[in-house]
Write a new protein. Structure first.
Length: 197
């Protein structure tokens, strides 16, 4: 790179006269049309140290995996987070499989369009008969080959039935929904505890 030399007084005067007549390429009406000598650049502000995004890593240290965040929690977790609206002792007996369901419906193998009206009919009839605990069997769903990058959950009925039980016309009839005990079908069935009429 060639070394810069200082301008002589004549050259500096010539440069100033040329700079006065020059207009900026992007003319702005609020700025003056003549360009003066360039203003000195402002001194940079002192750097502030921020927290490092990653924790320090030592050479002999094992890799720490970050905690996994599941954006769509599993169905048993969602049902377990629901508020308890029935007697706690009865709920404990029910979840341990010590209460026998008074009636059951098997939706296993039905489509969503077939299962929804059957479930409505069954729940409303059971409540009209004065039953309290019924069993809704949905099945666990068929496992399919994973065909793409987006995971899909198995068991359309298994995931849809708890939503149907919260919506009208079934919502006012249902007091509590929990996953059934293993002896009554486990994750492929639900205990539905009904309100008294």
């Amino acid at each position: 790179m060639p070394r810069r030399r200082a301008l002589s007084p004549d050259e500096a005067e010539l440069w100033r006269s040329v700079a006065r007549t020059a207009r900026p390429m992007h003319f702005h009406p609020t700025r003056p049309a003549t360009a003066a000598e360039p203003a000195p650049a402002p001194e940079p502000a002192p750097l502030q140290h921020s927290k490092p995004r990653l924790s320090p890593f030592l050479l002999s240290e094992k890799h720490r995996t970050p905690e996994r965040r599941d954006l769509a929690p599993a169905l048993p977790d969602l049902l377990g987070q629901a508020p308890l609206r029935m007697d706690a002792g009865t709920h404990t007996k029910m979840t341990r499989g010590k209460l026998a369901p008074e009636a059951r419906i098997d939706l296993h193998g039905m489509t969503l369009a077939e299962a929804h009206p059957e479930l409505i009919r069954f729940i409303l009839n059971a409540q009209a008969q004065g039953l309290r605990l019924v069993l809704v069997i949905t099945g666990k769903g068929k496992r399919r080959e994973d065909a793409g990058p987006i995971p899909h959950r198995t068991g359309a009925l298994r995931h849809q039935v708890p939503h149907w039980l919260q919506l009208p016309p079934l919502g006012p009839a249902v007091l509590q929904v929990t996953e059934a005990h293993l002896k009554h079908g486990g994750s492929g069935a639900y205990y539905v505890y009904l309100r008294r009429r």
